[in-house]
Design a protein around this ligand. Structure first.
Ligand SMILES: Cc1cc2nc3c(=O)[nH]c(=O)nc-3n(C[C@H](O)[C@H](O)[C@H](O)COP(=O)(O)OP(=O)(O)OC[C@H]3O[C@@H](n4cnc5c(N)ncnc54)[C@H](O)[C@@H]3O)c2cc1C
Length: 675
């Protein structure tokens, strides 16, 4: 029977493996899984799989609008151990080398597949650069045949990437089969098993187009719903509302759903505050790395040179050949705070210098790329350049550190604690003075049987979901998804006779998911103005409240990214109230129902962020946030992971330390300390 807004149809399905998300990691898993399912069938085990995405896979996730570069490609002449070193240093020393190294040794295969599927990758042929359309005529080669990519940095390669996601999604859809894909379904929560509370047995969500609730049962699940944007008040408000660096649709679903299912989170205090072109949030990577542009204060002074002494306050990370991203922000913020803004990207000098060394054809190509870089991935920035009469060869553009975002695959490392590879010497025990504070049911060490499984049985993650690594980017997220495909099939084979039993009745789940709709229908006639009603709060207003709390107390742009224990205590109280008030959100249509649940996911993600910053009594990421009551990096006491678990019954967090260990020697990264 077709559902109605007040009484949705309930669709129940049982599959062996559910993939939640349709982004890079999900596409990797979808592409990889079928051969493993085939092998399982040969061994006598039939495995079914389904992928659900809240949007349409062709243009969903962070790569939706396209990209200009693949940021992780190792190539035949570089060492995955160097890649692991870079990841560690950029994230101030606290990452898992096992995860980074494993990614580094596997990622190139995904990039070769992208090229095979039709993604144009720039090449250098006879010393000259050619874009993806031109090199075949010049005698260039595919990467897998020894082609020489144009590098915009040590690990990045340039692409013509407007259709990147489309190409990757097409391969995934073809491999998985359209019958196994359900688009426009927003998953709201995972459901634990009735007989084992540390295991997942199902998930529940709703269609964003039809009045339908979906209840899935499964043996294993890949949770890859991206990172989190819009928990902090964005710089773009009012007329610019909706613009953010991170595409607005990833709302912390990964972190919240995993936390509520009991999964251990890690490094949720970490955030990414990218320095981007002001107002349009346009990318700067190509400008710094490819065009070799420099950023200056209003007086033309290069702050990275002028303030370089500040790097010595953060040994050894400040002494690396490439200082950590947060420290580069730290040097910029000094100029802003002391009144020497605006900050500019010196595009004029950079383009003039390129003319001295490159051929006219290459210069013309690069000038076009300056625009294409935005057209590929951030079209709004072109609008700003056009609207403000900016020709980059004639006029410099302003830069600005953005509001904070939470993610685990770009230049951030928050996320879920996941099982790593077993062959790289990762710890298998937990030995440190506070080890007794780690809840007893959690595994010891860094691997527990199935690569990429979280601490909840049957729950896997990849991409932005995996914490304590970072710098995986699009190619690395795809690679991690592929790794999950293999280990999920193994998990299902090992548990082939296990039957999932939901710990909550389907009726209660449906009631919960549609609560914002019922709240609206029950109370909508109480007033004559639909948005003003003492019985409910609109998702839009609730989001403003969340963003205000985070901005003003948890080191947002309002306080120049500073906070302290007292401010965090206020935030804690206000977030607690907001969590209660979230139960009063209304949904006047399916779109608002989506907004309501996105906000709920944001609140819990924000709370995790706040709790971790509160627990870590130092400022590990200067330039991203400062705890002014502990404004230093404390290697002696805090060179460790901060992890947490959430109790969905008591709605409380348990935060604790886990020991950090270097598996790759880091000394190679650093110059001698200056003091
Ligand atoms: C602004 C920006 C610029 C970037 N630039 C580059 C670059 O130049 N080069 C590069 O290599 N990488 C770049 N990256 C990194 C790359 O985009 C990510 O590493 C990658 O997309 C992460 O993959 P993922 O699968 O974890 O998440 P995503 O690709 O973001 O996918 C998340 C998926 O989950 C779905 N989803 C979300 N919530 C739900 C829910 N509740 N229920 C169901 N589905 C849900 C979404 O629709 C989406 O399909 C950039 C990222 C950002 C944010």
């Amino acid at each position: 029977m077709a559902g109605t807004f007040g009484n949705p149809e309930v669709v129940q399905e049982e599959v062996d493996i559910l993939i939640i998300g349709g982004g890079m990691a999900a596409c990797g898993a979808a592409y990889e899984i079928m051969p493993w399912i085939g092998a399982a069938k040969d061994a006598g085990v039939d495995i079914t799989v389904k992928l659900v995405d809240k949007a349409a896979m062709d243009r969903s996730g962070a790569v939706a609008q396209g990209l200009s570069a693949i940021n992780t490609y190792i190539g035949p002449n570089q060492d995955p151990a160097d890649y692991a070193r870079m990841v560690s240093n950029d994230l101030m020393g606290i990452t898992r080398d096992d995860l980074a190294y494993d990614l580094g040794r596997n990622v190139d295969d995904s990039v070769h597949l992208f090229e095979e599927w039709g993604l144009p990758i720039w090449k250098t042929v006879n010393g000259e650069r050619f874009d993806g359309a031109t090199w075949p005529k010049e005698g260039g080669k595919l990467l897998k045949d020894g082609g020489d990519p144009v590098r915009s940095g040590k690990w990045q390669i340039m692409i013509n990437g407007e259709s990147y996601k489309w190409i990757v999604a097409e391969a995934a859809k073809k491999a998985l089969g359209s019958d196994n894909i359900q688009e426009r379904v927003f998953i709201v929560k995972l459901v634990n098993d009735a007989n084992d509370k540390n295991r997942v047995a199902g998930a529940v969500g709703f269609s964003t187009r039809e009045d339908k609730v979906y209840v899935y049962k499964f043996k294993a699940c890949l949770l890859v719903a991206g990172g989190c944007v819009n928990i902090f008040r964005p710089r773009s408000v009012g007329e610019g509302q909706g613009r953010a660096w991170y595409p607005v649709w990833n709302a912390g679903s990964t972190y919240t759903m995993a936390a509520e299912a009991g999964a251990e989170l890690t490094m949720m205090e970490n955030r990414f505050v990218p320095a981007r072109f002001k107002d349009g949030y346009g990318p700067v990577g190509a400008w710094f790395l490819l065009f070799k542009a420099q950023a200056t204060n209003a007086y033309g002074e290069v702050y990275m040179t002028k303030n370089k002494e500040l790097l010595n306050d953060y040994p050894p990370y400040g002494q690396a050949a490439v200082p950590a991203s947060c420290l580069r922000n730290h040097l910029m913020l000094k100029e802003m705070k002391e009144g020497r803004g605006p900050i500019y990207m010196d595009t004029v000098t950079a383009l003039a210098k390129l003319r001295e060394t490159l051929s006219p054809r290459e210069v013309k190509h690069l000038e076009a790329e300056a625009w294409e870089d935005f057209l590929d991935m951030c079209i709004g920035q072109c609008g700003i350049w056009v609207g403000e009469n900016i020709e980059p060869e004639k006029k410099n553009s302003e830069l600005m550190p953005t509001e904070p975002y939470l993610l685990g695959s770009h230049s951030g490392c928050c996320g879920i604690w996941a099982s790593g590879p077993e062959d790289v010497g990762a710890p298998t025990t937990e030995e440190h003075p506070e080890a007794d504070k780690i809840p007893a049911h959690l595994p010891q060490g860094w691997n527990w049987g199935y690569r990429s499984m979280t601490t909840v049985r049957g729950l896997f993650t990849a991409g932005d979901g995996v914490g304590a690594s970072g710098h995986k980017f699009s190619s690395g997220s795809h690679t991690e998804g592929r790794m999950c495909a293999q280990s999920m099939v193994k998990f299902v084979m090992d548990n082939k006779d296990w039957v999932p039993t939901l710990d909550t009745s389907v009726e209660s789940l449906v009631e919960e998911i549609y609560r914002p709709v019922r709240t609206f229908l029950e109370h909508k006639d109480y007033t004559t103005a639909i948005d003003v009603n003492p019985h409910y709060i609109t998702p839009r207003m609730l989001q403003f409240r969340l963003q205000k709390i985070m901005d003003e107390y948890v080191a947002g742009v309002a306080t120049y990214y500073t906070t302290n224990g007292h401010m965090l205590a206020v935030a804690e109280e206000k977030l607690g109230m907001l969590k209660e008030d979230a139960m009063k959100m209304r949904a006047k249509d399916l779109h608002e129902l989506l907004r309501a649940w996105e906000n709920y996911h944001r609140i819990l993600t924000a709370e995790a962020h706040m709790k971790h910053i509160q627990f870590r009594q130092e400022s590990r990421y200067p330039g991203f946030y400062y705890r002014m009551d502990h404004n230093y990096v404390d290697e002696e006491n805090w060179h460790c992971f901060v992890n947490s678990v959430y109790d969905k019954e008591t709605k409380t967090w348990n935060v604790f330390k886990r020991a950090h260990k270097d598996l790759v020697d880091k000394s190679k990264l650093f110059k001698a300390a200056a003091h």
